[in-house]
Design a protein around this ligand. Structure first.
Ligand SMILES: [Zn+2]
Length: 297
């Protein structure tokens, strides 16, 4: 299986301090929009949340480390990609893009931006969010300080450490013979269905979370849980952990407000599916292929 989008590039070296800032790649965000050079929005999109993708897009390589002047709200060193320094920065919500550049959401840049840059943009977005939301100690309210060697902010008064947050979430694709269970949340684009998903609660294992989420969201019981793969998901800071499992009992009963509709689907009659940017699509495609290859459908 090829690497999922947002996987750490193999030639990336994580680091928190830069000895001698020079030429570098800059992942500059305004909210969740990345600053890029880009072509016209004319490429078709496989993502129902994205109308069209740019014909091309690239990060600019900046020779001058101080090219943003004093405009950045925060700047973080990410490390080295292919020996080139990589920086993350955040500009204010109303910041204008410099000449020749534009703001663009990450979903529209999937398959357009260089894969390694796309993955590091996901990392940068999460670290900027963490840095922005951990400026003050959660225990005593004192202003925190960045640690010089580690990715952590420390409270100088009470020593509380705040590491970047990652929220684990499980995803379940439930199989019943040659059918798969897909559902819609009310905030999905019209017509789109996906696998079930939910956040892990304190005090439960991934397997327990999976069984609970499936029971809560659609009222069915499962067994034979098989790990599929995991994906870093920077909207805003999740780790998606995907599984395939088998239906055991129960009729579908969608959970009020959480699930708009849920159905068993034959693999030859699937509804609109999520973009290939997400592990949900990788999971659904893999199980559909497996069903097709082992049956006469
Ligand atoms: Zn404190």
């Amino acid at each position: 299986m090829s690497e999922l989008p947002f996987s750490r590039p193999i030639d990336f070296e994580h680091c928190v301090t830069c000895e001698a800032p020079g030429e570098g790649h800059w992942f500059v965000f305004r909210g969740d929009q990345l600053l890029v050079e880009l072509g016209p929005l004319e490429r078709p999109s496989d993502d129902l949340r994205v109308r069209a993708r740019p014909a091309w897009a690239r990060l600019s390589l900046q020779k001058n480390h101080n090219w943003l002047g004093g405009a950045a709200l925060r700047t973080l060193y990410l490390g080295c990609l292919r020996k080139v320094d990589c920086w993350a920065a955040e500009l204010p919500a109303q910041a204008e893009a410099p000449a020749g550049m534009a703001w663009q959401g990450l979903r529209a840049l999937f398959t357009v931006l260089d894969d390694a840059h796309f993955a590091l943009a996901g990392r940068a977005l999460q670290l900027i969010d963490w840095d922005r939301t951990h400026q003050f100690c959660g225990r005593c309210g004192t202003r925190t300080e960045a640690h010089p060697q580690e990715r952590v902010r420390i409270c100088p008064a009470c020593q509380l450490s705040a590491y970047p947050r990652v929220a684990p979430a499980v995803m379940a694709l439930v199989k019943r013979q040659n059918q798969i269970l897909l559902a819609r949340s009310p905030h999905f684009p019209p017509g789109m269905y996906s696998a079930l998903a939910g956040f892990v609660e304190p005090g439960e294992s991934l397997e327990q979370c999976l069984a609970r989420e499936v029971a809560e969201e659609v009222g069915v019981q499962i067994s034979n849980t098989r790990y599929f793969a995991s994906q870093s998901w920077p909207f805003p800071h999740s780790l998606m952990i995907a599984f395939v499992c088998d239906w055991v009992s129960g009729e579908i009963k969608p959970q009020d407000e959480e699930i708009e509709e849920a159905n068993w689907f034959e693999v030859l009659q699937l509804p609109k599916l999520p973009s290939k940017i997400s592990i949900a699509r990788r999971l659904i495609d893999a199980v559909v292929e497996e069903i097709k290859s082992t049956t006469d459908v």
